[in-house]
Design a protein around this ligand. Structure first.
Ligand code: SPM
Length: 289
């Protein structure tokens, strides 16, 4: 289990983590709704004063009800609109259901698998975060409570799009940032397929981002890195690291259907393209990775 120094003091939760030393993100909380340990991690759920409910795994904020739409819309729609026809899709991690909720808006998808190692995250999200976990209600969704690495071994040449909605590379998410995992992701893709993974922050995790991007570069001819603004992640940004077997990534290949438009609060065609416009230091970092 990962050890973070997070603490609650005078009604404020502070996220303190060795991955971002010397800084802490604090959120005022009103009530602890869940505090329990699964076989994999500590799971806490808080009612906050101004960010709605907040899910915390091993002391690290995973989502708040107020801003989860930004992360989930981008994690789902950037890869799914980049692909011309995503029929079979896999989400690894993402046990809260938010990425599934957004992915399910794509009518092209016939099979929507999710492989999450910790079934307790799913159960708690269904009970306390129904507007996020409603992704599990879609009839195309098939839930696999498994280790993502093992699951991929059994599914070669299967998916058009794989989305890795992981926690950070400490605790159960650690193996999802290693080259053997990316080799398995590549093997699990159909020709023309693509992968999109939670890519940390170019501001505060340069070493991690550089290492992750160099893995993607070594395996995928087409690769790119996008940035998302999410206030409740440290530094206020998080990235998506993408690699494809030939499909262009930096612009949507389909138009957004009218029925979907009304649900979107963050993703648009313009935002898809703009997310890949990175500041100079980040561009240099990725070029040199
Ligand atoms: N479906 C939500 C799961 C969240 N996955 C990402 C969580 C990342 C939390 N840490 C952010 C650190 C910033 N680099």
């Amino acid at each position: 289990m990962a050890h973070t120094g997070n603490q609650i003091m005078n009604g404020w939760f502070s996220e303190i983590c060795p991955m971002w030393p010397g800084m802490a993100l604090s959120v005022e909380i009103e009530k602890t709704l869940v505090s329990t340990a699964s076989p994999y991690q500590q799971i806490d759920l808080y009612q906050t004063r101004s960010y709605g409910k907040m899910l915390v795994l091993d002391g690290i904020i995973q989502l708040t009800e107020r801003d989860e739409f930004a992360y989930h819309e981008m994690m789902a729609h950037v890869p799914l609109f980049a692909h011309p026809c995503p029929e079979r899709v896999l989400v690894i991690g993402g046990g809260d259901g938010g990425t599934l909720r957004e992915a399910a808006r794509h009518k092209e998808i016939r099979i929507l698998d999710i492989c999450e190692i910790d079934g307790m995250v799913i159960d708690i999200s269904k009970q306390y975060l129904p507007e996020v976990a409603c992704g599990f209600d879609d009839p195309r969704v098939c839930v696999h409570i498994r280790d993502g690495n093992l699951f991929l071994d059994e599914h070669p040449d299967t998916y058009d799009v794989i989305i890795v909605d992981s926690s950070d590379p400490i605790g159960p998410g650690e193996a999802l940032f290693e080259k053997p995992f990316y080799e398995k992701l590549k093997r699990a893709l159909k020709p023309g397929g693509l992968v999109a993974a939670q890519g940390e922050s170019v501001f505060i995790h340069q070493e991690t981002v550089s290492r992750l991007f160099s893995i993607v570069k070594s395996l995928f001819d087409t690769r790119a890195y996008a940035s998302i603004t999410v206030p409740s992640y440290p530094g206020g940004t998080i990235g998506i690291c993408l690699g494809s077997l030939g499909v262009a990534l930096t612009q949507p290949s389909r138009t957004i259907p009218d029925a979907m438009q009304k649900h979107l609060k963050y993703y648009s065609e313009q935002v898809h393209k703009a997310a890949f416009a990175l500041p100079r230091f980040a561009k240099t970092l990725l070029e040199q990775s």
